[in-house]
Design a protein around this ligand. Sequence first.
Ligand SMILES: [Zn+2]
Length: 469
Amino acid sequence: MIRFARHAVIAVCAAVSAAGSLAAQAFDQRAVGRAVFKELIETNTTPSVGNTTKAAELIAARFRAAGFPVADIVVIGPDETHKNLIVRIRGADRTRKPILLLAHLDVVEAERSDWSMDPFAFTERDGFYYGRGTQDVKGGAATLVTALLRMRAERFTPARDLILALTAGEEGGMPNGVEWLLANHRDLIDAEYCVNMDGGGADSENGIPIALNMQAAEKVYFDVTLTVRDKGGHSSLPRRDNAINTLARALVRISDHTFPVAFNEITRAYFLRSAAFHSAALAADLRAAATEPGDSAAIRRLSDDAWFNALMRTTCTATLLSAGHAPNALPQTATANVNCRRLPGLASDSLIRILTSVIADTSVALTILEDAPQSPPSPLRADVEAAVRAASEAIAPGLPLIPTMETGATDGLYIRNAGIPTYGLSGIAIDTDDIRSHGRDERVRIEAFERGQEFTYRLLRIISAPVTP
Ligand SMILES: [Zn+2]
């Protein structure tokens, strides 16, 4: 999960339906949300010694206890310790496709010695909840579970099926749950669209929410290995075709190459809607760059900023280098890894053709090391945006909604690749200077978690309400 910085300011509210607030008195959202969150944090789900099956079973037990049919609660996966939880909440209208609600159960490794406290103990301190996964993304998972339990307690029947998927293997190092589910049990998670807690999210400054990002696109991960081989020889008799020098020239050419600018619906909306958060000059550049045909001077200025540059074009950069076998020998092999982040829609073979022509040296061999599937941007839907806007009143009234393209990646890429539009949304606001996912002393504000909880509940109520003709 990746969040982005830079935005302005806003406070709090309350407005549930009369029936909702009445029933909510019987269901203690705060207590259940905290208990579910604690249970998830204290169940170690790291790739090394963790076990997502255990977390899946604990949450499954809560759904069984709440009276959901046992047949609708499935714990399933490729092996004993990497299972996923799928719960289908039956809706009134079986003719409409379900909505998928996604969060991953696994977390990144955390060493006790790196942290100020036990990363696998749910610690409450100075108005924050601490623990590995509080930001990424057990907080989001807890809000989904709690919202569905509350809807059950309120005897709310969604207009169509909702599918909760709490999955394994998002963080790498273990079999990927979403990929496995799509390949082996697509029927379990097939949906009209997906809400993914692991992407987008509310930004705050000093605890004050400033914007809600809806992640609707992701760049596509791509690693290519550059290899130069040579017969080598004695370094006292150097030649111009030294493998290291040849490789270095190729890397410099890639570094000097500027990929063309291409906006999609999401990045265009991002530039136009986020412009208001910036200085007048930057705002003017964002608007000029994103408005056809795209002002070239504005694009040039924005390209100096790594973030805006990465949103406008495919990027490729050297990340690993290895060469030679002795200080006094001409190298026989020189290799480099070049990591590219393709704009959605750029095919990997097209990118290889571009790199080959940029390098313009047949002695450099290109091999694809990692080629992630395409992840087409999800169209901005008026119904989803309206639901998110209404629900976001729980975070802060009038919170600006900003569509985003992630420069990294989440499991949303597999879901999008399968033809299911995916919207990354979390209502748990995190300060733009307090992003600790994958880091030490990961934490969320308790108040932000509770507002995020209410956001998720309202969002699910709205998107699963009957369509008014
Ligand atoms: Zn994540």
